[in-house]
Design a protein around this ligand. Structure first.
Ligand SMILES: [Fe+2]
Length: 183
């Protein structure tokens, strides 16, 4: 079985909320495509994205435990530090801002995925109708998808243009649109 399929099955053991699962799959898909563009390990990045919120239902709003529990669950399931450390540290409320490439890409993907899904919903659930121009416009509108922390997305600019990141993220999500319940 593909590594990322194993990751997805593990996610579904710990998470039941459909929108959270979709969020994790979208984050994984974006990380994979961005990893490819940056010459990083696509499977590793996709795995991190899929699993980054695995503890979200278990910690049940206790943000002091978010990420830490996730890393524990993943260690128990045989994942190495290349995955668990990034998952742990993505709780920047405790661990501060991102350092490594994977940390930055996770933060950017984590934060843009919801905004792109929101753009698709505005277009009747059609991700095929979402363009980089739409994202750019909505990204500037702070009240739109307010949970998207724009400053965390912007950190990707250390590695690529923001517009390039938007393009890659849309392509990534279009590739798994069925899993995201979009058309
Ligand atoms: Fe997340």
């Amino acid at each position: 079985m593909e590594k990322t399929e194993t990751a997805r099955q593990l996610l579904e053991q710990y998470v039941s909320g459909e929108s959270l699962i979709r969020h994790c799959l979208a984050t994984g898909a974006i990380m994979k495509v961005v990893a490819g563009a940056l010459g990083q390990d696509e499977d590793l990045y996709e795995t991190i994205g899929i699993l980054h919120d695995i503890d979200f239902e278990e910690v049940d709003g206790d943000m002091e435990r978010h990420g830490i529990e996730g890393a524990r669950i993943l260690l128990e399931n045989g994942y190495g530090k290349d995955v668990t450390e990034v998952v742990k540290k993505h709780n920047d409320m405790i661990f501060g801002s991102s350092e490594g490439v994977a940390d930055v890409v996770l933060q950017a993907a984590d934060n843009i995925s919801g905004l792109i899904i929101a753009c698709a919903l505005v277009k009747g659930g059609s991700i095929s109708d979402v363009t980089p121009k739409t994202i750019k416009k909505k990204f500037q509108e702070k009240s739109f998808a307010a949970g998207c922390r724009r400053e965390k997305v912007r950190e990707i600019e250390e590695f690529m243009d923001l517009s390039r990141f938007f393009e890659l993220a849309i392509v990534a999500m279009q590739e798994i649109k069925g899993d995201l319940d979009l058309s």
